[in-house]
Design a protein around this ligand. Sequence first.
Ligand SMILES: [Zn+2]
Length: 341
Amino acid sequence: MTSLELDQRYSRQLRFGGIGIEGQRRLAIARPAIVGCGATGSALASLLARAGVGTIRIIDRDYVELSNLQRQSLFDESDAGESLPKAIAAARKIAAFNSQIVVEPRVADLTPSNIATLLEGVQLILDGTDNFETRYLINDFAVQQNLPWIYTAAVGSYGVTMNIIPGKTACLACIFPEPPRGMLETCETAGVLNTAVNWAASLAATEAIKLLVGAQERLRGTLLSFDLWSNQHAEVAAARPRVGCRACSKRNFLHLAGKDRPEITLCGLNSVQIHERGRIVDLAEMSKRLKPHGAVRHNDFVLKFWHEPYEMTLFPDGRAIIKGTTDTTVARSLYARYVGS
Ligand SMILES: [Zn+2]
């Protein structure tokens, strides 16, 4: 008997005909990446980790906040209290319930310039993002590299998911040459039900498991959406690429060639994000420097600085989120004054 058969952990999955011992072995050596570890990403990571997927790379740039806990099932109040980066908090939480698998946390924002490095060596990409900009970037990369990926989204009471197998199925740009209307709403403007998140993540995680165990013939070939509040559902055929598609037919990967995000973008309802590149910040040193100017707290991953009426969150790579304003000039000058120009 192999160790997998001896391990009671997976006994219910080993008994399931679609997986069995051979499927479980394949899961143990599988290497997917989850891009974004918010609500959908948390659910995906938890399901795949519990199922015994051997190495999971989790890429997320954000830190845990209290408002996440309603739906982001891998995090708890102490993570929010510590303002831990989600990728780190996810790795710690997973280690507590499955220490046999490997989680590779990456505290980073997926951009055209780092996507090849961040996704190097993975065999499947799962979408835990909350925006179409990143999804088009993933789509271009996946089509170019011939890597499968699974689109998953939830907003309001609505969830949607679709498998993209380059060279076989439609890609995201086949179905949505432009970002779909309605999905431009975000969880911050339209809210989201945790059940819609888990519905979409459950379907996507199941498709991921099928793919990883080699049950390709069982994969769904449609874009499937469901509104859990109105009970309306829709399915759009997506089993074949669209002739003339910008990405998979013409191989014009404009999002890979795209510039990285502008230095400052508005994020959320009352905050500004400053994308700094190439600046390394010593958070302990910075904490000492900021102490005379307001309340400050830091750990290895993040620094929080309260300077009424603003709250600045600073990361070791120099990125900052300033809450309490939507004025980029105000945010910029606060950053320049306390962090550096
Ligand atoms: Zn396409």
